[in-house]
Design a protein around this ligand. Structure first.
Ligand code: AMP
Length: 615
C-alpha cells in the first residue's frame, strides 16, 4: 500500500503526488497529516521551509473541504507573493485528478480585478498575502463567514514583515470555531503569542529541536580581513565549480555591488532586492530557477519565500542583523531532504556572532580555511575533466568534422590530446591564481584561545616550523599516515618532529622544524617514487611559516609560482587579464562592503525590527 494512502490520503490525490515524485511522506507529513485529517485540532508546526510542509497542510485540506460547495472554506496566509504562488500551484498539482477544486492566489503587485473576478466565480481555497487580502475584505468582495480552516504559513516571517495587525483584521472576519494551523520556522515569543491568541489547546509538532536548523545543512565560517572579503568569497565560489548558490548581503547597495562585480568578473550572477519591479524580480527568479544564473545575490527581504530546490550553498557575505534571519537564510538550501552548506564570511571580531548563532540553531559551525590557489586550480581541473568525461556528444552534428579533427590530432598520442584538452582551461586557472595570496586572516588572541585550543595541529602557527610542498598526494595513494611514514623514512627524521600534513590530489604539504629543512632537502635530493623524481619545495603560500617569516631560501620554480603582482580573478572571465578585485578602495571599483554607511529600507524597515533579536 502506498505510504500516503496509509496516512489516509485518497487515491486520486496519491496518484497526483506520485506524479510529482512523492514516494514517501517527509517526517512532517508523516506526523501532521493524520492529526490534521481529523479536522478537529488547532495545530502548531515548527518546521523549516523545504521540509514538505505545503503538502503537510495541503493534502489534509483537500481531504476535508467540500468541493461541491463553491464558497471559501480555507484561507492560507503567507508572507510573500512567491510563496503564495508556490502554494497555489502545489495545491493545483495535488488536486489535478479531482473535479471542481478552485484555488485562488491573492497577492499584492498584481492586477486586483483579475483576482476579484476569480473570487467571484467561486473559490474554496484562498491563498493570500495579508495586505492584498485585507484590501479585498475591505472592498467586501469576499465572505469568510463559512471558513473552516485558516493556515498561517511562515508565521514568523509574516510577523517580521509587520503583518500582525493585518492578520488580526483578517482573522476577525472568520468564524470563531474555525481551526487554525500555524507553521513557523522559528518560535520567537511573538509567534508564541499569536498561537495563544488564536488557538485553543493546539496540537504541537516540532520537527527537530526548537529553533534548530535543518540537520542536512553544514555550517561553515571563514575568517578574512575586510579588504579581502570579495576575493575570499570568489575563491570559495571557484573552489566549488558546481555551486548553485544564494548570496546574502545586508543592504540593497551591497547586493547590487557584489552582483555587478561578479558579472564583470565573468560569473553568472544577478541581484534580487526590494527596489526591483515585480517584473524584474520575476525575470531574475526565472533565470535562477532555469540555472542560467549560478549565483543569486539577495537581501533578506527579497529572498523570503524563495523555494528553489537544489540550492547547494547559502553564502552569508554579511551576517544578518537578526539571528533569526540566519535560520531563514540557511533554510534556502538543503530542501526536500537534500544536503547543503551555509557559509559565513566574517572578520575575527564577528566570531562572537557565530557563537550566538550556534546557540540558536543548536549546531556547531566548522571553521573553514579559504582555499589556496593550488586547491582551487586542482578542483577546477578535475571539474573540467569530469565535464569532458560526461559531455553529451551530438554525434550527428559533429560527424562531418571528425575527419578534420582526427587529421589535426594524428601526430598526437591519446595522453597528449587529453593533456591538451584539460590544459585549455587549466592554464587560465594557473595564470589567475599564480601567487594568489593567503586570504585567511590571522586570528586575534581571543579567537585563537577559542578556536585552536588543544586542536591546534603541531607546528601550525609556530614560527619554528617551515611548510614544504611535495609532488606526491592522494593520486599516489598516500593518506596522511602513509605520507608521514614515507617522509620520515626518506628524510631520516622522527615522525614526532613532523607538523601538520595536508594531503592534496597530486601534491601535499607538510611541516618540519626549520632546523631540519636542510637535512630534508639533502635526503630528498635524488628521491624517486615509482620511477618519478620526487620534488620538495618551500611552500609558496597559505602557511603559518610564511606569515611568521619562515619562507626564506628556496622558492618554488615554474608551476604555480611566478613573479609580478598578486592578482585574484574569477576565471570564468573570457580572455584578457582578470580584474584586480582584491578589495580595497581603488577608484572606480566597488567601494567598501561593510554596509555600515548605507541603509536599505528593505532589510531594516519592516516594522518588526525592534522586537527582533539583535546580535
Ligand atoms: P515545501 O517545504 O512544502 O516547500 O516542500 C519543499 C519541496 O519538497 C517541494 O519542492 C516539494 O515538491 C518537495 N516535497 C514535498 N513533499 C515531498 C515528498 N513527500 N517527497 C518528495 N518531495 C517532496
Amino acid at each position: 500500500m502506498n505510504p500516503f494512502s496509509q496516512l489516509g490520503i485518497r487515491h486520486d490525490i496519491v496518484n497526483a503526488i506520485t506524479d510529482l515524485g512523492f514516494e514517501n511522506p517527509t517526517p512532517i507529513q508523516e506526523q501532521s497529516i493524520p492529526v490534521l485529517l481529523t479536522g478537529s485540532n488547532d495545530f502548531v508546526g515548527l518546521a523549516q521551509t523545504g521540509t514538505g510542509k505545503t503538502a503537510a497542510f495541503g493534502l489534509p485540506l483537500l481531504e476535508l473541504l467540500d468541493f461541491e460547495q463553491n464558497h471559501p472554506q480555507a484561507l492560507i496566509l503567507c508572507p510573500t507573493r512567491e510563496l503564495c504562488l508556490q502554494i497555489t500551484n502545489d495545491l493545483k498539482n495535488y488536486s489535478k485528478n479531482m473535479s471542481n477544486v478552485n484555488v485562488v492566489a491573492v497577492y499584492g503587485g498584481a492586477n486586483i480585478s483579475d483576482q476579484l473576478r476569480q473570487i467571484k466565480r467561486g473559490v474554496q481555497i484562498v491563498v493570500a498575502t495579508p495586505g492584498r487580502m485585507l484590501d479585498i475584505i475591505n472592498r467586501k468582495a469576499i465572505n469568510f463567514s463559512d471558513v473552516n480552516y485558516v493556515v498561517l504559513d511562515e508565521a514568523d516571517e509574516m510577523l517580521n514583515m509587520g503583518f500582525q495587525e493585518d492578520i488580526d483584521s483578517i482573522l476577525s472576519t472568520t468564524p470563531d470555531d474555525k481551526k487554525t494551523w500555524l507553521f513557523s520556522a522559528t518560535m520567537p515569543s511573538e509567534v508564541r503569542r499569536i498561537a495563544k491568541k488564536y488557538m485553543t489547546d493546539p496540537f504541537e509538532l516540532t520537527m527537530g529541536e526548537k529553533n534548530t536548523g535543518n540537520v542536512n545543512i553544514e555550517h561553515e565560517y571563514y575568517i578574512v580581513r575586510a579588504r579581502d572579503k570579495y576575493a575570499a568569497f570568489k575563491r570559495i565560489v571557484d573552489f566549488n565549480p558546481e555551486i548553485f548558490g544564494i548570496v546574502f548581503c545586508r543592504t540593497k547597495i551591497e547586493t547590487q555591488e557584489i552582483a555587478e562585480a561578479l558579472i564583470k568578473d565573468g560569473y553568472n550572477a544577478d541581484s534580487l532586492h526590494g527596489d526591483l519591479s515585480q517584473q524584474q524580480r520575476d525575470k531574475v527568479m526565472k533565470r535562477y530557477r532555469e540555472r542560467s544564473l549560478q549565483l543569486l545575490i539577495a537581501t533578506d527581504v527579497a529572498a523570503r519565500g524563495i523555494d528553489v530546490n537544489d540550492v547547494t550553498h547559502v553564502i552569508n557575505y554579511s551576517l544578518p542583523d537578526e539571528i533569526e534571519n540566519y535560520t531563514h537564510r540557511s533554510g534556502r538550501t538543503a530542501r526536500a531532504g537534500k544536503t547543503g552548506v551555509s557559509i559565513a564570511i566574517i572578520n575575527s571580531k564577528e566570531l562572537g556572532k557565530i557563537r550566538q548563532i550556534e546557540r540558536v540553531i543548536g549546531k556547531k559551525f566548522i571553521k573553514g580555511e579559504i582555499p589556496n590557489g593550488f586547491d582551487v586550480c586542482e578542483k577546477q581541473l578535475f571539474a573540467i575533466v569530469h565535464k569532458v568525461h560526461n559531455v553529451q556528444v551530438n554525434e550527428q552534428q559533429i560527424e562531418q568534422y571528425i575527419p578534420r579533427i582526427m587529421d589535426e590530432f594524428k601526430d598526437l598520442e591519446k595522453e597528449d590530446i587529453i593533456k591538451r584538452f584539460a590544459s585549455i582551461e587549466f592554464n587560465r586557472f594557473l595564470d589567475y591564481y599564480k601567487n594568489a595570496p593567503d586570504l585567511n586572516a590571522p586570528l586575534d588572541d581571543r579567537a585563537v584561545r577559542g578556536e585552536l585550543g588543544d586542536r591546534a595541529p603541531r607546528g601550525t602557527g609556530n614560527s619554528d616550523y617551515t611548510r614544504l610542498f611535495i609532488n606526491l598526494g592522494s593520486v599516489d595513494e598516500f593518506n596522511r599516515g602513509d605520507l608521514l611514514g614515507y617522509i620520515c623514512n626518506t628524510a631520516k627524521i622522527s615522525g614526532r618532529t613532523v607538523g601538520k600534513i595536508d594531503v592534496k590530489g597530486v601534491y601535499s604539504f607538510f611541516e618540519v622544524p626549520k632546523a631540519d629543512v636542510d637535512k630534508v632537502f639533502a635526503e630528498f635530493k635524488d628521491a624517486e617514487f615509482k620511477g618519478r623524481p620526487v620534488r620538495i619545495e618551500i611552500s609558496g603560500e597559505g602557511t603559518s611559516d610564511n606569515r611568521s617569516g619562515g619562507g626564506g631560501g628556496r622558492r618554488r620554480e615554474g608551476g604555480y609560482a611566478g613573479g609580478g603582482e598578486r592578482k585574484e580573478g574569477g576565471f570564468r572571465r573570457e580572455g584578457g587579464a582578470p580584474r584586480e578585485r582584491t578589495g580595497g578602495n581603488s577608484g572606480g571599483g566597488f567601494r567598501d562592503f561593510s554596509g555600515k554607511r548605507r541603509e536599505d529600507r528593505n532589510s531594516t524597515g519592516s516594522g518588526g525590527g525592534e522586537r527582533r533579536r539583535k546580535f
